[in-house]
Write a protein that binds this ligand. Structure first.
Ligand SMILES: Nc1ncnc2c1ncn2[C@@H]1O[C@H](COP(=O)(O)OP(=O)(O)OP(=O)(O)O)[C@@H](O)[C@H]1O
Ligand SMILES: O=c1[nH]c(=O)c2[nH+]cn([C@@H]3O[C@H](COP(=O)(O)O)[C@@H](O)[C@H]3O)c2[nH]1
Ligand SMILES: NC(=O)CC[C@H](N)C(=O)O
Ligand SMILES: [Mg+2]
Length: 513
């Protein structure tokens, strides 16, 4: 049995980051809801357990909790924020509203003799985000860190392998957080650190084979990174039992449909059952007159599934639908436990209630984008495919603010193609996480050839990011932006203004809707 660290989800925003940091220490980690935690612990016998943060207050009735048996199993436990408060609350400490709440980067004084803080600086910057605090640690615990406002910022009972921190070691703002998590995993849990992305890929292939048996599988393949990795993984697992379906919904980038067909179709390097469905008109009909972003997303999510169901019927009985869902899709759709809905990704929150497949398989659901790329490299997918920038399933529909029309699609496709071409020519593509043009629904007055114009404004977007959960606007050379601006207003009819989006995520998102 491979070493696993089980992360118990109490509804925190950063809980998947905890699992990811642990995987970066070469120890496999996955997340389980607090409601199913005890079963999962008995079944998986993890080397260690981490409790996440969460929005609730432990002293209120009906707040998420866990059986105190978890502390009796001899398995090390690390509580983070809400998780630390819960550990204290259950074991007889006292948690209440803090006289001064702490938010953001905070200087913490740590006891470097603690196994958790070995090699950490005595004064270290940590990320805090709490309204409640631990007024008194539970009996048996010693305090191992404090801040100006927080007398109990970390506590431990080393003989019982129980550790708790008020701050968030998993976020990068906690400067030595990775060190602390690695200390927990190695010094406290005694892990050896033998997990690699290789072993993840192998295990997933075995698990898929066992699940699918001799059944038939349909894979929703967009040609993007996630579904290409999922499709190649599935092809390795079940060979010709797999059919890949690519939907041309008419909301793709310029020439994209042709490009995807040339890679995955019969002329390409992969020996796949590949079908390209021309569904352009049906998506346009369904989207006619619809302006509201969430409505657009739900319509697209539903229509995608209906197309897949129809294709499945043509093949015979298909039990499984595979999607390249990854972790940010899940968390932003509010499907990752108790987190809030930011936008319904078409493949998760946008799915209709009824789906005519026995099961949806999402082998990459726990991974971040850069981890998916690494899995793709392990599978031997060429670098140009693995390192492509992402393109969202709802496509240009969420890059056209308001109603989608064929005329607007053409405008945004042409503007976007110019932007991408010039970024590549300037060699900037390698530095960027994602870049595209969006059509704002704004029209404004211009003057061209001595004539008044009243036309649309395009927004150029370019961001740097690794995990797509947060992003920074890219600092691109002004010459490049000026050249693209001039080309777009000259070459694309009905655009008379070009803007550059300087907003990060948060507070904006990468896409416009
Ligand atoms: N045009 C499409 N045809 C078929 N399936 C699609 C299409 N667009 C999206 N999907 C499905 O929805 C999933 C989510 O789309 P998403 O854009 O997040 O991933 P991707 O296209 O695989 O990768 P990337 O994020 O790199 O674009 C895909 O993995 C795929 O399963
Ligand atoms: O498959 C997808 N279906 C969707 O509905 C969707 N919405 C956003 N994205 C992509 O996810 C990343 C984060 O985007 P946001 O900052 O706009 O939420 C970015 O890479 C976006 O392109 C989507 N991908
Ligand atoms: N981020 C958290 O886990 C917060 C925990 C708790 N609700 C508090 O405010 O202290
Ligand atoms: Mg995509």
């Amino acid at each position: 049995m491979a070493e696993t660290i089980l992360v118990v989800d109490f509804g925190g925003q950063y809980n998947q980051l905890i699992a990811r940091r642990v995987r970066e220490c070469h120890v496999y980690s996955e997340i389980v809801s607090y409601t199913k935690a005890m079963e999962a612990i008995r079944e998986k016998k993890p080397a260690g357990i981490i409790f996440t943060g969460g929005p609730n207050s432990v002293y209120l009735e009906d707040s998420p909790s866990i059986s105190t048996e978890v502390f009796e199993l001899g398995i090390p436990v690390l509580g983070i924020c809400y998780g630390s408060q819960l550990m204290m609350h259950l074991l007889g400490g006292h948690v209440c509203v803090a006289p001064e709440r702490e938010y953001g980067k905070t200087e913490v004084n740590v006891d470097t003799k603690s196994k958790l803080f070995q090699g950490v600086s005595e004064k270290t910057i940590c990320w805090m985000s709490h309204n409640d605090y631990i007024e008194k640690a539970a009996p048996g615990f010693t305090i191992s860190a404090y801040t100006t406002n927080c007398p109990v910022a970390a506590m431990e009972w080393p003989e019982r392998n129980l550790y708790a921190v008020q701050f968030h070691p998993e976020v990068l703002h906690t400067q030595e957080g990775t060190k602390m998590l690695s200390n927990f995993v190695y010094n406290v849990c005694g892990c050896k650190g033998e997990w690699t992305m290789d072993s993840f890929v192998e295990k997933s292939i075995e698990a898929i084979r066992a699940k699918v048996g001799d059944g038939k599988v349909l894979c929703a393949l967009s040609g993007g990174v996630d579904s290409s990795v999922a499709a190649v993984m599935l092809a390795k697992a079940v060979g010709k039992q797999l059919t890949c379906v690519f939907v041309d919904h008419g909301l793709l980038r310029k020439n994209e449909s042709e490009e995807v067909c040339s890679v995955f179709g019969p002329e390409g390097p992969y020996d796949l059952n590949f079908i390209c469905v021309d569904a352009r008109q049906r998506f346009y009909d369904k989207l006619k007159g619809v302006e509201e972003p969430e409505k657009k997303r739900k319509i697209i999510g539903e229509e995608f599934i209906r197309v897949f169901e129809e294709e499945a019927k043509k093949i015979g009985t298909v039990d499984f639908l595979v999607q390249g869902t990854i972790y940010p899709d899940v968390v932003e759709s509010g499907a990752g436990g108790e987190s809030t809905v930011i936008k319904s990704h078409h493949n998760v929150g946008g799915l209709p209630d009824y789906v005519d497949f026995k099961e949806i398989i999402e082998p990459l659901r726990d991974l971040f984008k850069d981890e998916v790329r690494n899995a793709g490299r392990q599978l031997g997918i060429p670098e140009y495919l693995v390192s492509r920038q992402p393109f969202p399933g709802p496509g240009l529909a969420i890059r056209i603010i308001g109603e989608v029309t064929e005329e607007k699609i053409k405008m945004v496709q042409d503007a976007d193609a110019i932007w991408r071409e010039e970024i590549a020519a300037a060699g900037e593509d390698k530095n960027l996480g994602q870049y595209f043009a969006a059509l704002t629904n704004m029209r404004s007055v211009g003057v061209m050839g001595d004539e008044r114009t009243y036309d649309y404004a395009v927004a150029l977007r370019a961001v740097t990011t690794t995990d797509f959960m947060t992003a920074e606007p890219a600092y691109l050379p002004w010459d490049l932006i000026a050249k693209v601006t001039s080309r777009i207003v000259n070459e694309v009819p009905h655009i008379n203004r070009v803007m550059y989006d300087c907003t990060g995520k948060p507070p904006a998102t990468i896409e416009f809707e």
